[in-house]
Design a protein around this ligand. Structure first.
Ligand SMILES: *[C@@H]1O[C@H](CO)[C@@H](O)[C@H](O)[C@H]1NC(C)=O
Ligand SMILES: *[C@@H]1O[C@H](CO)[C@@H](O)[C@H](O)[C@H]1NC(C)=O
Length: 180
């Protein structure tokens, strides 16, 4: 009776263990971005946002949430400085005070997103989600400063920046809810 050389048994075992697991969230899975974004409220924005960062192709689901939060941080930072700059170009005291308030709320939104990253690094998904929701709420508080003063018109540019940050926050929350 021919004996199977033990080396070929070893090769069969190796082959079994080296077959990639296609069922789970494997980092570098080319379909992971689409599958993850499919669970969010803004599929196209989610895919294009993630694809804008080359790290996304090597990320797991948690890594994808970190990328979206970092995009939110640059969004909030940019809007905070945008509103500060607008203040210098206006003479309307009421408008300036609302714009200054908005610069502060977007700085708060940035800080909340930084706290979300910290919570994620501790695998504290509930707190991460809470901080992401707070960031979106800060963007809405800026809008409220204008709602409270009927004499003021909410600038269209600020309105689209608010939507941009709120959508990124929604996508981040949707992805974090997959981590639980
Ligand atoms: C996207 O989600 C829907 C249900 O919400 C599901 O039927 C579909 O198979 C999903 N597509 C992918 C690529 O995961
Ligand atoms: C903010 O996010 C939007 C997408 O929601 C994007 O189009 C825009 O370029 C971002 N801006 C910055 C400064 O990150």
């Amino acid at each position: 009776m021919a004996r199977v050389p033990s080396s070929s048994i070893a090769i069969v075992f190796l082959a079994i263990f080296l077959v990639p697991d296609l069922s789970g969230a494997v980092p570098g899975d080319p379909d992971l971005i689409r599958r993850t974004c499919n669970s969010t409220s803004f599929f196209d924005l989610c895919v294009s946002s993630l694809q804008s960062d080359p790290k996304s192709s090597k990320s797991d689901v948690k890594g994808l949430s970190v990328i979206v939060i970092n995009l939110g941080i640059s969004n909030a930072t940019d809007t905070s400085s945008y509103t500060s700059h607008l203040v210098k170009r206006r003479r309307n005291a009421g408008l300036n005070s609302a714009l200054e308030g908005c610069a502060g709320r977007y700085a708060d939104a940035r800080a909340a997103l930084c706290s979300a990253l910290e919570a994620l690094s501790l695998d504290d998904y509930d707190f991460a989600s809470l901080h992401v929701s707070a960031a979106a709420a800060y963007a809405d508080m800026c809008h409220s400063l204008f709602r409270l003063s009927p004499a003021l018109t909410y600038p269209a540019a600020l309105s689209s920046r608010e939507k941009a940050l709120e959508r990124l926050c929604t996508i981040a929350s949707d992805i974090i809810s997959l981590l639980g």
